[in-house]
Design a protein around this ligand. Structure first.
Ligand code: GCV
Length: 688
C-alpha cells in the first residue's frame, strides 16, 4: 500500500514540476518577500543592486538591509563584507557582488553570516571565440550572441539589448568582470569603425554590471587596415598606427579593457614574421594602451611543426623573456602544455615565470570533452590544475597561488575561460554545460572553492522546484533523492570522460579536426605530424606513450624538483600522467599489479560503465525535474553512452593491433568493427 502511495505521490510531483527551457540559468525567479533597503546614492550599478534585492529577497520578510560604501583596507578590489543586516564594500560593484552573494546564500540555504569576501583575481574574463559572421569557433550552442551575418548585421535591436543585459547579469552574479568579444583567430575588421560602434553598444550595456569589454586583435592590422607596408612592431609608422587606433577605440569606449593576442600560432601573424620577439610585439601594444590603463593578454599557445615535442615549446619560447614584459602585459597560458585535453599535467610555465604576470586560460566550451552532447562537469579538472603544486617557491606553490599574486608581486592577476555561450535558448547547448560557465566564474572569484561546493550551489539554484514545498517535495526529500545523486554524478563525469577517451595520460587522439570522436589511427599524408594522433600516442609493437623523460624529449626537466624526477620515473609518475611522460611496454607492470594493456582495457571499460550509471541516476530523478530538461538530458545521455562505447571499441581494437594481447575476458566485448569505426569518424559530419 505504502509503495502504491509513494508511486502516486511521485507521479503527482512529476506532473506538477513546471517545464523550463533553462534560459534563466541559475537565476530562476521565485516569489520574493518584502525587504527594506537603506542605501545612499544613485547610480546604475546601485540601482541594479537594489532591484536584485527587492525582486529576489528570500530572507526574513520585512528585514532592513543596509548597503554602505566605505573605505576599508581589508577589502581587495571589489571585495565586500557580508553581514546579516547589510553589505559593505569600497566600490559600488563590491556592493552588487555582495548582493548576489547574499541572495545565493538564501537560495542555497546557507546562513548569511559575517564574512569578508575578496576576489582571487583582479581580472575574471570570458574569451568568446566568436567570428564577425556569427559563427563560433568550437561553439556548440548556436550562433554568437554578439555578431551575426547578413545585411543588418550591425544594427542593434531591442532583442540584442535584452540578451546582452541577461548575459551581463548572469556574469555579474558570479563575479565575472571582463569579456573578450571576438575570436583569438581575429578578423582585422573588428577594430574598424562600424564594428567599434557595436562594441560600444555592448559595452554600454555591460558597464553597469561591472563588465569591461576587450577585443582580440590581428597583429597584421597595420598592413591590412592601415595600408602600411609592414606590421613590424619596431617600425615607427606601425607604432604610430597602433597608438592612433588605440586612441580611436578609447574615444568611443572610454573604459575599454585592452587586447587579447594570438600571435605566431597556428598560422596567425605575429612579431616573428618580422624577425622580432613576442616581447617586442606585446610591449609595443602595451605601450599604446598604457595611458588608458589598458592591458595586453598575450597568449603563450605557440608551437610549430619543426620542434620535436609540442609540449615543450611554449616554455622554451617564453621563459627567456621573463622580466622583459611591460607591467600591463599578462601572459595567458593554457592549463596544460599541449592544449585543453581531457587530462594534462599543468603547464610548466606556471610558477616558473617569476617576473611576469601570468594568467591561466581554461576552456569552458567542451571542445575536447564531448561538445554539448556529453555531460561533463569541468570544475574537477580546473581544481586539479589550480591545486597542482609547482614547487617553484617550495611546497605549496600551487598554480592558483602562483597566478593570483600570493607568491609573486605581479602587477596584474587574471584568469580567462573560453566561453560556451551561444544563441541557444539555454545558452550553452546542454543544460549541464551551464554548470561549467557557473564554475568558471565562481573559481575566478575564489580559486579555493571545491568542485563539490560549486556543484552543490549550482544544482540548488538551477533545479530546486520553485514551489517545492507546496508540491509536497520536502527539502530533505529533494536533497536526498535529487541533490545528492546528481551532485555525485557531476563530480564523476570528468574522470569518466578521461577513462573512456584518453586514460593513463593519453592525449589528442581524436579523429580529425572536429575533436569529438576517436581516431587513434589517423595520420593522413600531408598533414603536419603534430596535428595527428599517432604523434601523441606513439603506439607500436613495443608499447605505447610519449617518452618525455630525460632520455626522451626531456619535457620533464621543465618542471621544478621534486616533480621532474617524480615524472621521469614510471615507478613514481602518477598513473594519470603515465603515458604522457613515458613510452612503456604493453606488459609493463602497473602499481596495482596489472599489466599496462589490461589496465588500459579496464580504464576504457570503467568509463563506459560510469556513463551507464549516469543514465540510471538521471532516470531515477525524473519525478524531481521538469519534463523539458529531464527529456533533454536523458536523450543526451543516451548518445553520450553510445559514443563512450565507440571510444572504447575504437581505441582498444586499434591498440590491440600492436599489443597483440587479449582484452581481459571479464570485459564486455567490442561490438563494432575497427574498419567501420575508421570509416565513420564519429562526429565528423556534425561539426566540420
Ligand atoms: C581558436 C586549438 C583549437 C583551435 C583554437 C586554438 C587556440 O587548436 O582547436 O580552434 O583556435 O586551440 O586556442 O588558439
Amino acid at each position: 500500500m505504502k509503495f502504491i502511495i509513494n508511486i502516486i505521490l511521485l507521479f503527482c510531483i512529476a506532473v506538477t514540476v513546471k517545464s523550463e527551457d533553462g534560459h534563466e540559468l541559475w537565476l530562476r525567479k521565485s516569489k520574493p518577500s518584502a525587504v527594506n533597503i537603506a542605501s545612499k546614492g544613485t547610480s546604475e550599478t546601485l540601482n541594479i543592486a537594489r532591484q536584485e534585492l527587492t525582486q529576489n529577497w528570500q530572507g526574513e520578510p520585512g528585514a532592513t538591509i543596509t548597503l554602505k560604501i566605505v573605505k576599508d583596507k581589508r577589502f581587495k578590489g571589489d571585495g565586500f563584507k557580508l553581514e546579516t543586516t547589510g553589505i559593505q564594500a569600497n566600490t559600488e560593484l563590491g556592493i552588487l557582488y555582495g548582493v548576489y552573494e547574499m541572495l545565493r546564500r538564501q537560495q542555497t540555504g546557507q546562513p548569511v553570516s559575517i564574512v569578508i569576501s575578496n576576489p582571487s583575481y583582479e581580472h575574471r574574463i570570458l574569451n568568446h571565440w566568436d567570428n564577425p559572421n556569427g559563427t563560433i569557433e568550437r561553439g556548440y550552442a548556436g550562433y554568437s550572441i554578439f555578431w551575426r551575418n547578413g545585411k543588418d548585421s550591425l544594427t542593434i535591436t531591442e532583442q540584442d539589448k535584452k540578451l546582452w543585459t541577461e548575459y551581463a547579469r548572469a556574469n555579474a552574479s558570479i563575479g565575472i568582470n571582463g569579456t573578450v568579444l571576438n575570436n583569438v583567430n581575429a578578423s582585422q575588421n573588428m577594430i574598424t569603425a562600424p564594428y567599434l560602434e557595436r562594441v560600444k553598444a555592448i559595452a554600454d550595456i555591460l558597464r553597469p554590471y561591472g563588465i569591461k569589454t576587450y577585443l582580440a586583435v590581428k597583429f597584421s592590422s597595420p598592413s591590412l587596415l592601415g595600408g602600411i607596408k609592414t606590421s613590424d612592431p619596431l617600425d615607427p609608422e606601425v607604432i604610430q598606427w597602433w597608438h592612433g587606433k588605440v586612441g580611436e577605440i578609447y574615444s568611443i569606449i572610454p573604459d575599454f579593457g585592452g587586447f587579447l593576442v594570438k600571435a605566431n600560432s597556428e598560422g596567425q601573424p605575429g612579431p616573428q614574421d618580422f624577425g622580432r620577439t613576442h616581447a617586442d610585439g606585446a610591449n609595443m601594444l602595451a605601450d599604446a594602451l598604457k595611458q588608458y590603463d589598458g592591458i595586453v593578454m598575450w597568449r603563450a599557445f605557440v608551437y610549430s611543426p619543426e620542434e620535436n615535442d609540442r609540449a615543450k615549446q611554449a616554455y622554451l619560447e617564453f621563459m627567456r623573456f621573463d622580466g622583459m614584459f611591460r607591467e600591463n602585459v599578462i601572459i595567458q597560458v593554457k592549463n596544460g602544455p599541449v592544449d585543453f585535453q581531457p587530462r594534462e599535467p599543468f603547464s610548466p610555465l606556471f610558477g616558473a615565470m617569476k617576473k611576469t604576470s601570468v594568467m591561466a586560460e581554461l576552456q569552458i566550451t567542451q571542445e575536447y570533452l564531448g561538445h554539448s552532447i556529453q555531460l561533463v562537469f569541468l570544475a574537477p579538472m580546473w581544481e586539479e590544475c589550480l591545486q597542482s603544486d609547482t614547487y617553484q617557491e617550495g611546497p605549496g606553490s600551487t598554480v592558483a597561488r602562483a597566478t593570483d599574486g600570493s607568491i609573486y608581486p605581479q602587477k596584474h592577476s587574471a584568469i580567462a575561460g573560453v566561453a560556451n555561450i551561444g544563441l541557444d535558448n539555454n545558452w550553452c547547448g546542454h543544460p549541464f554545460a551551464q554548470a561549467n560557465w557557473y564554475a568558471f566564474g565562481r573559481l575566478a572569484w575564489n580559486n579555493k572553492l571545491s568542485s563539490e561546493t560549486i556543484a552543490d550551489e549550482w544544482i540548488r539554484q538551477t533545479f530546486l522546484p520553485e514551489d517545492a514545498k507546496e508540491k509536497g517535495i520536502t527539502s530533505g526529500d529533494w536533497q536526498q533523492k535529487f541533490l545528492v545523486p546528481v551532485k555525485e554524478m557531476m563530480l564523476q563525469t570528468r574522470e569518466a570522460a578521461v577513462n573512456y577517451s584518453m586514460p593513463l595520460g593519453l592525449h589528442h587522439i581524436f579523429a580529425g579536426a572536429h575533436h569529438y570522436g576517436p581516431g587513434p589511427w589517423e595520420a593522413p599524408r600531408g598533414v603536419r605530424p603534430d596535428w595527428t594522433p599517432v604523434y601523441y600516442h606513439r603506439a607500436d609493437t613495443l608499447g605505447i606513450g610519449f617518452d618525455r623523460t630525460r632520455k626522451g624529449s626531456d619535457a620533464v626537466s621543465q618542471y621544478q624538483e621534486p616533480l621532474a624526477s617524480q615524472f621521469d620515473d614510471p615507478e613514481t609518475c602518477p598513473d594519470k600522467y603515465l603515458l604522457w611522460f613515458h613510452h612503456l611496454p604493453w606488459t609493463y607492470e602497473m602499481k596495482n599489479g596489472r599489466i599496462l594493456w589490461d589496465e588500459l582495457c579496464y580504464s576504457y571499460e570503467s568509463g563506459v560503465l560510469q556513463v551507464r550509471e549516469f543514465q540510471k541516476i538521471w532516470d531515477q530523478v525524473e519525478p524531481y525535474v521538469d519534463k523539458q530538461r529531464f527529456s533533454e538530458v536523458q536523450s543526451k545521455l543516451r548518445r553520450h553512452y553510445r559514443d563512450a562505447r565507440i571510444w572504447k571499441d575504437a581505441c582498444l581494437l586499434y591498440f590491440q593491433q600492436y599489443s597483440k594481447l587479449p582484452i581481459p575476458y571479464d570485459i564486455e566485448r567490442p561490438e563494432n568493427d575497427l574498419e567501420d569505426l575508421m570509416k565513420i569518424r564519429l562526429g565528423w559530419s556534425h561539426h566540420n
